[in-house]
Design a binder for this molecule. Structure first.
Ligand code: ZN
Length: 280
């Protein structure tokens, strides 16, 4: 009987599972991914096609708005940066990235495909840097609606099919960039309806809300950003923006983050396990 060469079989399996993620929208190709409406993923949205959403907000069930951490032990914080793009700006606050690298503070960066295309070289660099975890933020940075609901003046997806396209296209772009499928998704504007949340879960993603909006869309002064960060409780998901270099967010973080570290706070990415030895 023929003996299988285990490493070869494993390599073939890895190629089989990952190949669809490498050739999609970044190159402008029209191939169908396993998650896209044009491929087998059409079935993913089908069970929800006639569902009528009744809720709309940022903190619906299924949206993770804080991380589970033990009551005892050092404060654990989860810094997240949105890289929105388009009308929301495709800029880069390089000062924030420098600060995080200098302080060795990890962060999850939610990257829309719009921002990704405008900052491709940097996105590749971030994907290769273990300090950062890249997560999905939508193909067009739209609110996660299935019925065209608005948030902050932006019209959300108008159907389940459009939502699947919005999410899966971005997942494919990010997977094509890094070779790793993102685990987390935050919609453009962070608004959801309950049908959208189910669809997103069925795509294999966790929905990242937030505990504290540090910069409120880049509108707060540095002192307020710092104050909010310093007051955050253990388990908090901190949200601020990477795409607004003209804002005071970076200056606020530069005050708060070193101070939090000096006070003993631990920073983790959303997909990190708690450090070894952390009290149960
Ligand atoms: Zn955004």
């Amino acid at each position: 009987m023929r003996q299988w060469n285990t490493p070869v079989v494993l390599a073939a399996l890895v190629c089989f599972w990952t190949a669809p993620f490498f050739s999609l929208a970044l190159a402008g190709e029209k191939e169908a991914s396993p998650l896209s409406p044009g491929g087998p993923g059409r079935d993913i949205g089908a069970p929800y096609a006639k569902a009528i959403p009744r809720q709309w907000g940022e903190r619906l069930p299924g949206v993770v708005t804080r991380m589970p951490v033990p009551r005892q032990g050092p404060k654990v914080l989860f810094l997240t940066l949105d890289a929105c793009g388009g009308r929301r700006g495709s800029g880069v606050d390089r000062g924030i990235l420098e600060l995080l690298r200098e302080e060795r503070i990890p962060a999850v960066i939610f990257v829309s495909s719009v921002w990704l295309r405008d900052n491709l070289a940097l996105a590749k660099e971030l994907a290769a840097d273990g300090l950062f975890e890249l997560a999905a933020h939508g193909t067009r940075h739209l609110p996660a609606s299935v019925s065209g609901r608005f948030a902050y003046g932006i019209k959300g997806c108008t159907s389940v099919r459009a939502l699947v396209e919005e999410v899966a296209g971005n997942v494919s772009d990010l997977a094509g960039l890094s070779g790793r499928r993102p685990l987390w998704y935050r919609s453009g504007t962070a608004f959801y309806d309950e049908v959208a949340i189910e669809v997103i879960h069925s795509l294999g993603l966790r929905v990242a809300g937030y505990t504290v909006s540090l910069d409120e869309g880049g509108t707060l002064p540095a002192a307020k950003v710092a104050e909010k960060a310093l007051k955050a409780e253990s388990g908090a998901i901190l949200l601020c923006h990477l795409n607004r270099p003209g804002c005071a967010t970076g200056r606020g973080l530069a005050v708060a983050l070193p101070k939090l570290k000096a006070e003993g706070a631990i920073f983790l990415k959303l997909s990190d396990a708690l450090p070894r030895g952390y009290p149960e």
